[in-house]
Design a protein around this ligand. Structure first.
Ligand SMILES: *[C@@H]1O[C@H](CO)[C@@H](O)[C@H](O)[C@H]1NC(C)=O
Ligand SMILES: *[C@@H]1O[C@H](CO)[C@@H](O)[C@H](O)[C@H]1NC(C)=O
Ligand SMILES: *[C@@H]1O[C@H](CO)[C@@H](O)[C@H](O)[C@H]1NC(C)=O
Ligand SMILES: *[C@@H]1O[C@H](CO)[C@@H](O)[C@H](O)[C@H]1NC(C)=O
Ligand SMILES: *[C@@H]1O[C@H](CO)[C@@H](O)[C@H](O)[C@H]1NC(C)=O
Length: 420
């Protein structure tokens, strides 16, 4: 019974997969041969709509013309560690929209009580329960900072998303100390106008100091095989830089397409797997694994947008960790037009300022959007009554995002910065 179930599931997958790849090839050809990258902003959703309604229509012929495409959905992974329970809850509320999908995870360093507390919070929030779109990985992964277990954790969450979270279009990886600078209505409105193949990932092949300090050392992450947490250790041998593929590195934050995640997780091509094995012994592999795979995969290298959509402030010269942001950074954050910022101390006053000035979020509440129908009288939560969840009400944040995206997709920035 179990086996048959798996088989039919696989059969269900294979056909749409084949059609999806043919269609996406077709799509890519349209997208990629488009002479002017800003064209991408406009008419492409037509074609994308054809793809998704085709897949959803159980193989009936599709009328391409006037069916408006369903807006894209975002799949968020929000990860934290010991002591991050409260911060994670706040980030989740600031990012929540009933149309999206969420997976939250506190790693194995957090206590059982902390995880239980977070789980109770999710199970007790009537909106989360109503829409059933917040999941928690309760069997916590052991994640070593700088070790390959981080990449394993991302792939684990991505696989859960593919299997259980229904339709979604972009996978966005955040930590409990990140925070949005725009509402989800702004983001969904912006992503609705983009081809769904685009991958937002900051990357470069200029390794610089990382060649000597990241590519050549060989490390081992004990998190792979022991149950208690300890840091990575170094082998005495060093290795040469790969020649079978080209190394890329960049920011560990990304918003990548479903098709790219699918490619990495299911591995019908050997590249994602061999590169993963290579990165098992690579320091801080989460800043490099996806970057290397995407730029060495011909079907994806043309889909990269060289940005992580984040505002991050570094010391000069850069230290290992970014600076903690405060109210003094408010102006720069807004002016950056970025979608997210990091990193923040728990309950830093700047978060209250972002809540009130950019997100209109009441304390302990969800960010209001076009779907919230409740009254705001007497401090009640307007989102306690849900209306049409695909009705987006963009705020000035949408205008900022549009400026950012137009710049990233401009002729000077889009193609010239792909996998260089
Ligand atoms: C919801 O919260 C109440 C107290 O606020 C608590 O007693 C109850 O156990 C919680 N429910 C769940 C499912 O965690
Ligand atoms: C995803 O988010 C975590 C923060 O929780 C980060 O450390 C990690 O490197 C991120 N990116 C990738 C590609 O794994
Ligand atoms: C990607 O785009 C470049 C430049 O537009 C083009 O030369 C190349 O053939 C494209 N590659 C693929 C795989 O479509
Ligand atoms: C708000 O409070 C006032 C006075 O307490 C009450 O008359 C009114 O009905 C309340 N409104 C809502 C929507 O609860
Ligand atoms: C919800 O809003 C969207 C966008 O305005 C609209 O296209 C759709 O028809 C609405 N759905 C319902 C059920 O009213």
């Amino acid at each position: 019974m179990q086996l048959r179930h798996i088989q039919t599931l696989e059969q269900k997958w294979i056909f749409p997969l084949a059609t999806a790849s043919i269609l996406s090839l077709f799509l890519l050809m349209i997208t990629l041969t488009s002479p002017n990258a800003t064209d991408l902003l406009l008419p492409l959703h037509r074609y994308t709509a054809a793809t998704s309604s085709f897949l959803g229509s159980k193989l009936q012929p599709v009328l391409v013309s006037n069916i408006p495409p369903p807006p894209p959905r975002l799949a968020y992974l929000i990860s934290g560690s010991k002591g991050h329970d409260k911060m994670l809850r706040r980030t989740l509320l600031a990012l929540y929209h009933p149309y999206n999908q969420y997976i939250i995870h506190l790693d194995a360093q957090s206590s059982h009580e902390e995880r239980l507390h977070l789980l109770n919070f999710v199970n007790n929030c009537s909106t989360f329960v109503q829409f059933g779109n917040v999941r928690m990985i309760t069997k916590a992964d052991l994640v070593t900072y700088r070790g390959p277990t981080y990449v394993a954790h991302i792939l684990h969450a991505a696989a859960v998303m593919l299997r259980n979270a229904g339709d979604w279009d972009w996978f966005i990886n955040l930590s409990a100390s990140d925070y949005p600078l725009v509402t989800q209505d702004d983001l969904l409105d912006m992503f609705s106008n983009l081809p769904r193949e685009l991958n937002f990932i900051d990357h470069t092949s200029k390794l610089g100091w990382k060649e000597g300090q990241r590519a050549k050392p060989v490390i081992v992450d004990p998190g792979l095989y022991v149950t208690t947490k300890s840091d990575v250790f170094w082998a005495t041998e060093r290795r040469s830089v790969p020649t079978a593929f080209k190394l890329f590195t960049g920011s560990a934050w990304m918003a990548v397409s479903r098709s790219f995640i699918d490619y990495c997780v299911r591995g019908w091509d050997n590249l994602p797997r061999t590169v993963l094995m290579y990165y098992t012994n690579f320091l801080s592999s989460s800043e490099s694994y996806f970057h290397t795979v995407i730029c060495n995969a011909r079907e994806f290298s043309n889909t990269t947008v060289n940005s992580d959509l984040h505002f991050i402030s570094w010391d000069n010269p850069p230290q290992q960790h970014p600076k903690y942001l405060t109210v003094d950074d408010m102006r720069n954050m807004v002016d950056s037009n970025a979608a997210f910022a990091r990193k923040f101390h728990q309950d830093d006053p700047v978060l209250d300022k972002i809540d009130s000035e950019l997100l209109s979020r009441g304390e302990g509440m969800i960010v209001p959007g076009g779907w919230c129908l409740g009254s705001q009288e007497n401090g009640t939560d307007p989102c306690s009554v849900a209306g049409n969840i695909t009705l987006f009400r963009p705020t000035p944040g949408a205008k900022r995002l549009k400026i950012l995206i137009s710049s990233l997709l401009s002729d000077e920035k889009f193609r010239p910065k792909q996998c260089k």
